[in-house]
Design a protein around this ligand. Structure first.
Ligand SMILES: [Cu+2]
Length: 463
């Protein structure tokens, strides 16, 4: 029997597929990462699906994995209706690849492409997200995990990436609710979702076996929510913060605080009995503890728990800042609702708070609202910096430095763990220190993305 003839229409469709696969300018071996609208079921079944902006059609985007020291190449294809760019959060990256529109690259227009090509020097848990109109684009779904694997994987039964997020949805339509630039949210704690979930699911469930050892890679992709978490039926250790291994695993004894953009790597053992439901619980607004990730327990991986895990190997070439020789800087954080901010510089002019509000701006870092041509600090490559973050607002902020990790300085002057994002609470100054060993223009901003968009974005120059 004869098959159907190929019609002109089939042929043209075939050509179109070929053209899509062979976009000009794509480097050999560079898989596309396509930012595009998609429809996904974020709300519980029975509610409407949500039109999101996604990487490759899912929320969160595909988990990207690379070996430590490898080169990662991805061609960003922008199929969104507005410009975009990708930031590789926590990677000590070549500045030209940092993805910050208006500072390290031009935004990629709709229909355009950009070749991201960089080395990942550090093993650990990282993530990627939009850094163009990010308070809207990240809230619409443009974020995904980026895992850099150790040369020798630690001894665990399972490695689970858990990207925590919240979404503000209209329950009737499934659409994102409200205005992303809502001034009331921006000037307060930020855009909080009415639906909270993990890996795009409000009811994520991971079946586990008793005594199994899991590596849990927690990533907070929310615009503004600070997650307060506890282990339930699990016992274990924190082994890394913001990708960077702790010198020794620290037993988890109380609450785990995960501010926006922060990551925590845990090694946990399932200690709950067979038939029980273990998992992660989170503190709700009314101080009750609610399930976030369920882990129903069935069967046993072994008869008994294993011993304390070995620490993860430290990442290479981490310079220790010399605090005595360090340049001392202070960044005062001001503004927001109920603040005493009187005036600050915006677009080269000193404006009063009321004028700033009329411009949609609410916050200042070191007297500056948003980015100016002049950086907060111009540093010489290799210079050690000691920076005090003084929060004179009544809100918490998650301060993120691009391109380099910093260390917190404890009250006794000792250096704490390395981080790229730190939670700053009102009237509790934090001292951090770092060696400015990565040349380029690096943002220093609040990762509560509505705050960043309404004043809390500044930058440093390392040359
Ligand atoms: Cu903030």
């Amino acid at each position: 029997m004869r098959g159907p003839r190929i019609t002109r229409r089939d042929f043209c469709a075939g050509l179109a597929v070929g053209a899509a696969l062979g976009r000009p300018g794509m480097a050999a071996g560079s898989a596309p990462l396509t930012a595009r609208p998609a429809v996904v079921q974020l709300a519980p079944e029975g509610y409407a699906a949500t039109e999101v902006w996604s990487y490759d059609g899912t929320v969160p985007g595909t988990t990207l994995r690379a070996k430590q020291g490898a080169r990662l190449t991805r061609q960003l294809v922008n199929d969104l209706p507005e410009p975009t760019s990708v930031h590789w959060h926590g990677i000590r990256i070549d500045n030209a690849m940092d993805g910050v529109s208006g500072l390290t690259q031009d935004p990629v227009p709709p229909g355009g492409t950009f070749e991201y090509d960089f080395v990942v020097p550090d093993a650990g848990t990282y993530w990627y997200h939009s850094h163009t109109n990010s308070m809207e684009q990240v809230a619409r779904g443009l974020a995904g995990p980026l895992i850099v694997e150790e040369p020798d994987a630690p001894d665990v039964d399972r490695d689970e990436v858990l990207m925590l997020d919240d979404w503000l949805l209209d329950p009737d339509t499934g659409a994102f609710a409200g205005d992303f630039g809502n001034p009331m949210m921006q000037s307060h704690a930020g855009r909080m979702g009415n639906l909270i979930g993990t890996n795009g699911r409000y009811d994520l469930s991971l079946p586990v076996q008793r005594h199994a050892r899991l590596r849990l890679r927690l990533i907070n992709a929310a615009n503004a929510r600070i997650f307060v978490l506890r282990l339930d039926g699990l016992e274990g250790w924190t082994v890394a913060l913001d990708g960077m291994p702790l010198p020794a695993p620290e037993p988890v004894t109380g609450d785990l605080i995960l501010a926006p953009a922060q990551r925590i790597d845990l090694m946990v053992d399932v200690t709950a009995a067979e038939g029980a439901i273990a998992g992660l619980v989170r503190q709700a607004n009314d101080d009750t503890w609610q399930a976030l990730v369920d882990m129903p327990v069935s069967g046993a991986a072994s008869l008994a728990r294993r011993g304390v895990p070995a620490p993860l190997a430290p990442n290479p070439n981490m310079a220790l800042p010399d605090l005595k020789a360090a340049r001392q800087l202070e960044m005062v954080m001001e503004g927001g609702a109920m603040s005493g901010l009187r005036n600050a510089r915006f677009n080269g002019r000193e404006l009063g708070f009321r004028e700033l509000v009329q411009e949609g701006q609410f916050w200042a870092l070191a007297g500056q609202v948003g980015m100016d041509d002049t950086p907060f600090a111009s540093l010489s490559r290799g210079e050690a910096v000691r920076l005090r973050l003084s929060n004179r607002t009544v809100f918490a902020h998650a301060m993120h430095l691009h391109g380099m990790h910093f260390r917190t300085i404890a009250a006794d002057g000792s250096l704490g763990p390395m981080r790229d994002t730190i939670l700053s609470l009102p009237d509790e100054p934090i001292d951090i220190a770092f060696v400015a060993d990565n040349p380029g223009k690096w943002l220093l901003h609040c990762h509560m993305l509505g705050h960043a968009a309404s004043g809390m974005t500044n930058w440093i120059d390392v040359s």
